[in-house]
Design a protein around this ligand. Structure first.
Ligand code: SAH
Ligand code: SF4
Ligand code: F3S
Length: 484
């Protein structure tokens, strides 16, 4: 989740074209997938690619030659949706020359708008929610026959556990593994519980198998994904239950997040394990202790705080207070002294006062975050906040508060990097740096990007580096050792 620069990250990434598979006999057509939003969506696109490839579709990176175009969409803030609308209007031009080309809208915006999409955007042929991707080949066939199709059914069980994702983007070193789907938290501002449905955990054995396969194929880093990884719980399937409500037998077989993390870490000391997102209410000392015990579990936690004021946290329904959050931060620092910590912040949530905003700034300062993703509150139709509260902080006030948060984080990020000067870190070599191909780059366990003169560094190997200087986004380093 780290971005190159310390600025507002809107929807984390722009739409990114991804290739499904290049050679297929009996090819039915070519599919082009563009993904928006969080890592979960990027990971889902790999499931979509797999389902389509199984059904005879080859991939293409060239939208012009595609028979089917899928946009995997995000609904988290209004501007995320505006971007998709804009993209659809661009697609109109292509469809004019090529009327047989099919356009499918997938993901969270599809789930939120459902049939409205087909009514409002005439060029859309398919609207498919995050739990209905197995139905895609069927919907494509239907659309080829001229029937617009929709499947926005949300499931209590679907985890796509048996589908082996086609790795679309990336460097062949790092991959995402979805360990759960949906969210039961109901933060009042958030659309995710409505677009992704109830929380459910994936069978741990299928997670282990996926991680082992990745390692065998040369991957050296996996990121376990869930909206709230700390509530991962596998006890043999079926709808989610709380740990205390399990039968004795279920309890003795249950795997929680700390157990899962430890199992994945045990695959090989050469395989780095990352995860996101942790929830401050649910992050346990057990997880922190597992992290501290294993060198290959990265010392980095993304722990979204959202606000530094207890009353605002309560109207957000986050389930913790300012003091609770600060206590969890202390636990992280105590158990993993060298842990990198990032957060998410929303400015101008309903009823937030100037004093309450100032508490967000003071919490940031106290927590000394290494990095933050910062957003203005954007009301999402259908959420508890939209139904029950007034979006009463004026746009310019939201914007000014956001700028204050960004400015402060800029200072904190720079400070955090300056504190690393003179220290040594273990880095997984990723390859040539984007800005300067003469140099190589890779990340520390704390998720900080390092650049260094190549020396004998090889992609996929671990090295030690010493930090010589920094910017607010990058550590400038030199190699001090090679690790076998
Ligand atoms: N599951 C994760 C985050 C998912 S969404 C968690 O619980 O933290 C990523 C981030 O988007 C959130 O942490 C929040 O900061 C931001 N966000 C979510 N809904 C938003 C809204 N309506 N307006 C502005 N930002 C929002
Ligand atoms: Fe949204 Fe809250 Fe769930 Fe995160 S934990 S996805 S913010 S409802
Ligand atoms: Fe967006 Fe859906 Fe992720 S709303 S942030 S793509 S879960």
């Amino acid at each position: 989740m780290h971005a190159a620069e310390n600025k507002v990250i809107d929807e984390a990434r722009q739409g990114e074209a991804t290739v499904v598979s290049t050679s297929l006999s009996n090819e039915k057509g070519k599919v082009y997938i563009e993904s928006y939003g969080c890592q979960m969506n990027f990971s889902d696109s790999e499931i979509v690619a797999s389902v389509m490839a199984e059904n005879g579709y080859a991939g293409t990176r060239n939208m012009e030659e595609a028979d089917v175009i899928f946009l995997n969409t995000c609904a988290i803030r209004d501007n995320a949706e505006q971007r998709i609308r804009h993209r659809l209007s661009e697609l109109k031009g292509i469809k004019k020359h090529k009327p047989e080309m099919l356009v499918g809208v997938l993901g969270c915006m599809a789930e939120r708008l459902k049939e409205k999409f087909l009514e409002e955007e005439k060029l859309v042929d398919m609207v498919v929610g995050p739990d209905a991707y197995r139905d895609l080949p069927n919907l494509v066939n239907q659309a080829t026959d001229g029937d617009k199709g929709m499947n926005v059914f949300l499931s209590l069980e679907e985890t796509y556990a048996d589908i082996s994702p086609v790795r679309l983007t990336g460097n062949g070193l790092s991959a995402f593994i979805s360990i759960m789907r949906g969210c039961d938290n109901m933060c009042t501002f958030c659309v995710v519980p409505f677009t992704r449905g109830r929380e459910r955990s994936r069978d741990f054995e299928s997670i282990m198998q996926e991680a082992r396969d990745l390692f065998a194929n040369g991957y050296r880093e996996v990121t376990l994904l869930g909206q709230n990884v700390d509530s991962y719980l596998w006890f043999g399937g079926g709808p989610k239950k709380e740990f205390r409500k399990l039968t004795d037998e279920e309890r003795s077989n249950a795997v929680d997040f700390a157990d899962l993390l430890e199992m994945v870490a045990s695959i090989s000391p050469q395989l780095r394990v990352r995860f996101t997102t942790s929830h401050p209410r649910d992050l346990t000392d057990k997880v922190l202790e597992v992290m501290a015990r294993h060198n290959n579990i990265c010392k980095y936690i993304h722990l979204p705080v959202q606000s530094g004021n207890t009353r605002v946290l309560s109207v957000m329904n986050r389930g913790y207070s300012r003091e609770w959050y600060l206590e969890r931060m202390e636990a992280v620092r105590r158990i993993i002294p060298d842990c990198g910590i990032s957060t998410d912040i929303i400015t101008g949530f309903c009823t937030e006062t100037e004093e309450e905003h100032a508490e967000t700034l003071s919490l940031m300062e106290q927590s000394a975050f290494d990095y933050a993703y910062m957003f203005k509150y954007s009301e999402r139709p259908g959420t508890p906040a939209a139904k029950k509260m007034q979006d009463d902080v004026p746009e310019d006030v939201k914007g000014r508060r956001l700028q204050e948060v960004i400015d402060l984080q800029g200072r904190l990020s720079l400070q955090s990097n300056q504190n690393d000067i003179g220290k040594e870190f273990e880095v997984l070599v990723e390859g040539p740096s984007k800005k300067n191909p003469e140099e190589y780059c890779g990340r520390t366990s704390q998720n900080k990007m390092c650049v260094f003169p190549r020396g004998n560094a090889e992609k996929g190997k671990y090295i030690r580096v010493k930090v010589l200087a920094c910017t607010s986004a990058t550590l400038l380093t030199e190699i001090t050792g090679y690790i076998d």
